[in-house]
Design a protein around this ligand. Structure first.
Ligand code: ATP
Ligand code: MG
Length: 402
């Protein structure tokens, strides 16, 4: 059992406030991922939980006990860093068992524990090797093993896979997912990688400038981003935005006029906007279609990126914005072509002038059902309702990345 609770956590370096009041509830066995632009405070927050940074104000609770003044090694947490920093003169077994040696555990017991952990991480054949003779992935597994031997209540990972090449990252990602499944422990994980965040997380925390912008399941953030910042941050390539004018607000949706004069209706709740108001329309590249049959608008192709399985077209549309369109891998589009683009209002997002999303008329069907069966209902459902409530509250304009 290990819950982690953050209550109004602040961190100030000299006179520079980098964490500006973070509240967060992390449930037992949950895999929580922190994402956000560089410098937003992800590592600082993790290091405060680990006890490697002082907490300027607020409360950190593990299993309900206040941890602010408890030394790192007494918190029952273990951290894995991006740079795994193994001791080069020690074997894999000695590296993994080092913290137990410091804790005065007998050699026999230490080696037994190292063998147990090596079995979990498939490092058994390498126990007597030195780190210099290991691959990057194997070294990172040893670094994870070093955390594992301590049998922590909570694992903290700060971009543990960033130093690995693309293929190894995928392999280690799957291993981490399996590890979480088998250990059933609480994990807090910082990453820049969208795919890691979307695939590993039960719950993603999006941070910007030391503030939490939204907390939710990966699909919650993808389908129901709370504001322009989250909408632009989650998803790759990022969501397209254009300035539009509201022409009508009905119960079934809000109709907006696009540059070039086409109108579309977005099924959002009838609130916040009135006819005549400016708004921002958001639509993801994967939800746009190149389709000559009754297109919504025309555009000129500026750049074509062929990835094999799909093609990204950078298209200049009426009004001057550039949209990214995800087309088929065998799209024939070329630079300077004029292409017809179809936008389905059902797949669009609408934001009021303050940057706050207008709540969708209906929840996405995958979010109303249980997404992670092993996580209790209260965890995935309660925050959704809360988010809905929060969406009705006034919200500050999303801040720019620092
Ligand atoms: N020891 C320090 N003294 C002063 N400022 C610091 C210190 N450590 C971090 N900062 C500042 O705190 C802010 C948050 O840093 P942090 O390392 O938490 O960011 P991050 O989100 O982990 O970024 P990245 O994605 O680049 O790792 C940054 O503006 C950084 O310059
Ligand atoms: Mg960092």
């Amino acid at each position: 059992m290990a819950t982690v609770t953050l209550r109004d956590i602040h961190k100030t370096y000299v006179d520079h406030e980098v964490i500006k009041g973070v509240d967060l509830d992390i449930n037992d066995q949950e895999f929580v991922v922190f994402v956000g632009p560089s410098g937003c405070g992800k590592s600082t927050l993790l290091r405060m939980i680990a006890g490697l940074e002082d907490i300027t104000s607020g409360d950190l609770l593990v299993d309900g006990d206040r941890m602010n003044d408890v030394p790192p090694d007494k918190r029952g947490l273990a951290m894995v860093f991006q740079t795994y920093a193994l001791y080069p003169h020690m074997t894999v077994a000695e590296n993994m068992a080092f913290s137990l040696r410091l804790a005065g555990v007998s050699k026999e017991r230490r080696m037994e524990r190292a063998r147990d952990v090596a079995r979990i991480l498939q490092l058994e054949p390498l126990l007597d090797r030195k780190p210099g003779k290991l691959s990057g992935g194997q070294r990172q597994r040893v670094a994870i093993g070093r955390a594992l031997v301590r049998n922590p209540k909570v694992f903290l990972f700060d971009e543990p896979l960033s130093n690995l090449d693309a293929a190894l990252r995928v392999q280690m990602r799957l291993e981490l997912s399996g590890l979480h499944e088998s250990l059933q422990s609480t994990m807090i994980y910082v990453t820049h990688d969208q795919v890691e965040a979307m695939t590993l997380a039960d719950k993603i925390v999006v941070l910007q400038g030391g503030v939490v912008e939204q907390v939710g399941s990966p699909l919650e953030l993808y389908h129901h981003p709370r504001n322009l910042f989250v909408a632009g941050f989650i998803g790759s390539p990022k969501m397209n935005f254009m300035s539009v004018q509201t022409v009508g607000v009905q119960d079934s949706g809000t109709t907006v006029r696009l540059p070039g004069d086409a109108t579309i209706t977005v099924p959002v709740q009838p609130r916040s906007l009135s006819a005549g108001d400016r708004a921002t329309l958001g639509v993801r590249p994967e939800h746009l279609r190149i389709d000559a049959n009754n297109p919504t608008l025309m555009g000129e192709v500026l750049v074509v990126e062929r990835l094999g399985g799909e093609t990204y077209l950078y298209v200049k549309i009426a009004g001057g914005d550039t949209f990214i369109v995800q087309a088929d891998g065998d799209s024939r589009a070329n630079v300077r072509d004029r292409v017809p683009i179809t936008i389905d209002g059902n797949l669009c997002h609408l934001f009021d002038p303050s940057g706050l999303a207008i709540p969708k008329a209906e929840r996405h069907h995958l979010i109303t059902v249980q997404h992670h069966p092993e996580v209790s209902l209260k965890q995935t459902e309660a925050p959704l309702e809360q988010t809905y409530e929060q969406q009705n509250q006034p919200h500050p304009i999303p801040r720019q990345a620092e």
